[in-house]
Design a protein around this ligand. Structure first.
Ligand code: GLV
Length: 327
């Protein structure tokens, strides 16, 4: 008999087709929003679950779902997983690294450019019929080429952004990370390691690409924003909660920094009302990895993890190594 899995959100039909060759699939193709209780109820008796980054897997859920053996996240970020609780419960966790690196770095750069060059703001102006004449300082923003690009979090995506900045736009790249990169990788990215304070003070454009954890909660708040240049732009493609959105909105409103580009938000899909009111912020709905080929590759990798774990007893991109769960 095929084991049962839950696909917690809508996904490509061809990926569901692949999963159906190996599993009894309960798929939420209507993309209904479930409460944690509904999610737990749908997981009863399931061997595995295919999640997006929104479904929380924690100790109470694991205790309520004793048959669950694997949670395959269709995302590189996995702050929706309590990894310690999963390991303790003998549940394997997987994510989708690598396949989204370049697409996400493309988007980070696009958001940086849209923000610094005021593309969204000027389009809204045009569409609202307010463009009556040209002016010398109309939507004048900050330059990208030749400026200093700061990157906080220098994993695979951060390195992709660094390469784009250094090689494509002649930017000086500085970065801060928990651990310094080896010399060869630094040379390839043409990036210089600096302390966090120097990063904040020197960057013309600061891009956040670090994973969310309790340690990175509000890593950019009021105290950090005052260190930044008043002409600086801030881009967050990492996770909501890394930036204190209220402090950021206040800094943008007061002109303490010039502009921000945000793809992720605290408590998304809700976006703080103070941010919504501002013109100097570009807001996008968590789409940094959203190219068709990349989203398909992510879905296939999540499916491959479930299939490989079922057929070979190992996943392709595991996040933990739990002892087998006792049933
Ligand atoms: C998207 O945010 C991801 O973590 O893949």
């Amino acid at each position: 008999m095929k084991p049962g899995i839950l696909v917690a959100r809508a996904v490509f039909p061809e990926v569901l087709g692949r999963l159906a060759q190996h599993f009894e699939v309960d798929a939420n193709q209507l993309d209904e929003s479930w409460s944690p209780e509904q999610f737990s109820a749908r997981l009863q008796g399931k061997w595995g679950v295919f999640t997006m980054a929104g479904e929380r897997i924690d100790a109470p859920l694991l205790a309520a779902c004793p048959d669950l053996k694997i949670c395959a996240n269709m995302a590189v970020g996995y702050n929706n997983f309590d990894l310690n609780a999963m390991t303790a419960a003998g549940v394997l966790a997987t994510n989708t690294p690598d396949v989204l690196t370049e697409t996400t770095a493309d988007f980070g750069f696009a958001l940086l450019m849209a923000t610094a060059r005021r593309i969204s703001e000027s389009e809204h102006f045009l569409r609202s019929g307010r463009w009556k004449k040209w002016r010398y300082d109309m939507f004048a923003g900050a330059d990208i080429h030749g400026s200093t690009l700061g990157i906080l979090g220098m994993g695979r995506i951060g390195q992709g952004i660094a390469r784009r900045g250094a090689l494509g736009f002649g930017m000086k790249v500085i970065y801060h990370n928990r651990s310094r990169l080896d010399a060869a990788t630094e040379a390839q990215c043409q990036a210089r390691y600096v302390g966090k304070e120097e990063l904040l003070q020197s960057a013309d454009h600061l891009v956040l690409v670090l994973p969310y954890s309790p340690a990175s909660h509000h890593v950019i708040g009021g105290a950090e924003l005052v260190l930044m240049k008043p002409t600086a732009t801030l881009v967050n493609i990492a996770r909501g909660g890394i930036v204190d959105d209220v402090a950021l909105a206040a800094a943008l409103a007061a002109g303490r920094i010039a502009a921000a580009g945000l793809d992720v938000f605290e408590g998304e899909p809700a976006v703080h009302a103070d941010l919504m009111k501002l013109h100097n912020v570009v807001l996008t709905p968590h789409i940094a990895s959203a190219s068709v080929p990349t989203r398909l590759a992510m879905a296939n990798l999540a499916a491959d993890n479930l299939i490989a774990f079922r057929t070979e007893g190992r996943a392709l991109t595991p996040l933990n190594a739990p002892a087998a769960r006792s049933v």
